[in-house]
Write a protein that binds this ligand. Structure first.
Ligand code: ADP
Length: 396
């Protein structure tokens, strides 16, 4: 087993326990916060880099460096202080990370993999090169209506770089949608006739050990293109679920990934699975694993990047998850409504990310409900979605 944990005790069977390792995390958002908590549970020291002092992860980490994700000096300071560095966001300078890796520092997922994920064209090309089913696409440098017409409608245009949560994605149904064109290097994708959007979390360590999680079913809030409701196990056949997990594992092996990955898929109306995209980190669709699985995605990520054995991904009970996002119409110091009701709901676990400032559609927390009884997790989660809301103290 390849491990970054130094054998400073002099006996390879005795690992240093205080700290076990120094883990660096670029990005201090909620994903970094949940990674930090799990790393500390395992006895690690955690260093977080984020532009905002008192970031959600920075407040629970051992140290926070305040700096931007493209600041070579700050990134170097973080990486040099740590045994292994990871990230909770893809929009960071992969070139700086590649230089640091060449100098001998351990960074997972690797900067080379990050560069592929950051460019939707390279990502699609990698999927195709490994015979992984994905929607047909075409690369265009300077998209025009003639390109769209030649490719055929309906289509989904995606900016090659910089998109997230649906930003950088545009749907064009006919030549009348000229105003929807994004003017940047892009891929054009055939519009998939989606039956359901699925995701599978996959963990892989440097020895090539792979663990996949149960398939989740996702519903999006179309106002902000954010995950709104998640259900696990997905309401698909056992055979299809096995196929989806095997496909997700193939994707992560094709990337030679180390860490935890969210593999997003479409099940189309003809029953075919198509891989949409990959997140090189714990993913919103895997938050339920904190409360519903033996080993959660955040601990699994830390185990994987440390080069340690992976944990079991078994689901204890069916679960549903809702995101708690800032309501439109207000911003400012965060206020939450409905918390006592959520805490009074059997099987509900509330996670609040510690963001003091609320903005419309900002992810402020989530709730997972576990319940063994048919549909009960989903029913309770939907009820709580209407009751538990985040607001800013000031009207917009
Ligand atoms: P982002 O990286 O911003 O999350 P995605 O590629 O996940 O962008 O696309 C956002 C959403 O757009 C998806 O969740 C899905 O609902 C829709 N979408 C993306 N690609 C297609 C497609 N080829 N056909 C139909 N819908 C799509």
């Amino acid at each position: 087993m390849t491990s970054v944990i130094s054998k400073s005790s002099g006996d390879p069977k005795l690992l240093p326990a205080g700290p076990l390792a120094r883990v660096g995390i670029i990005g201090g958002g909620q994903l970094g916060r949940m990674m930090t908590k799990k790393a500390k549970q395992l006895g690690c020291e955690v260093h977080v880099l984020d532009p905002y002092p008192q970031s959600p992860a920075g407040t629970v980490a051992t140290y926070q460096i305040v700096g931007r994700f493209d600041d070579p000096v700050k990134i170097r300071a973080l990486v040099e202080a740590c045994d292994v560095t990871t990230y909770d966001i893809e929009h960071i300078d992969a070139e700086i990370l590649a230089t640091l890796e060449q100098e001998g520092h351990t960074i997972y997922p690797t900067p080379g993999l990050l560069a592929v994920i950051q460019d939707k064209l390279l990502q699609k090309e990698l999927l195709v090169a490994h015979d992984i089913p994905t929607a047909p696409f075409l690369a265009v440098d300077d998209p025009s209506m003639a390109d769209m017409e030649a490719f055929g409608f309906p289509l989904v245009q995606k900016a090659r770089k910089g998109g997230y949560d649906g930003k950088g994605v545009s749907v064009l149904r006919s030549s009348e949608d000229e105003g929807e064109i994004l003017h940047c290097p892009s891929i054009l994708e055939k519009m998939v006739d989606i039956d359901v959007e699925l995701a599978v979390m996959v963990a892989r360590n440097p020895s090539g050990e792979v663990v996949t999680y149960p398939v989740t079913e996702m519903e999006f809030d179309m106002r902000a293109n954010l995950l709104d409701l998640l259900l696990v196990p997905a309401r698909i056949s056992d055979g299809l679920a096995e196929e989806a997990r095997a496909l997700a594992a193939r994707v992560v092996k094709a990337l030679d990934g180390v860490g935890v990955f969210g593999v997003e898929m479409f099940l189309d109306k003809s029953g075919t699975l198509l891989v949409n995209e990959v997140a090189p980190r714990p993913h919103n669709s895997g938050h339920y694993t904190l409360d519903a699985c033996v080993t959660c995605q955040f601990e699994q990520h830390i185990r994987a990047i440390l080069g340690m054995p992976l944990g079991a991904s078994h689901l204890w009970a069916p679960a549903a998850m809702i995101n708690l996002i800032g309501e439109p119409g207000s911003r400012g110091p965060a206020r939450i409504a409905g918390l006592p009701e959520a805490l009074a709901t059997p099987g509900a676990s509330v996670h609040i990310y510690g963001k003091t400032e609320c903005r419309p559609f900002r992810k402020m927390g989530h709730i997972t409900v576990v319940d063994d009884r048919e549909n009960q997790a989903l029913i309770k989660a939907k009820q709580l979605r209407d009751i538990v809301t985040f607001h800013g103290a000031n009207p917009e």
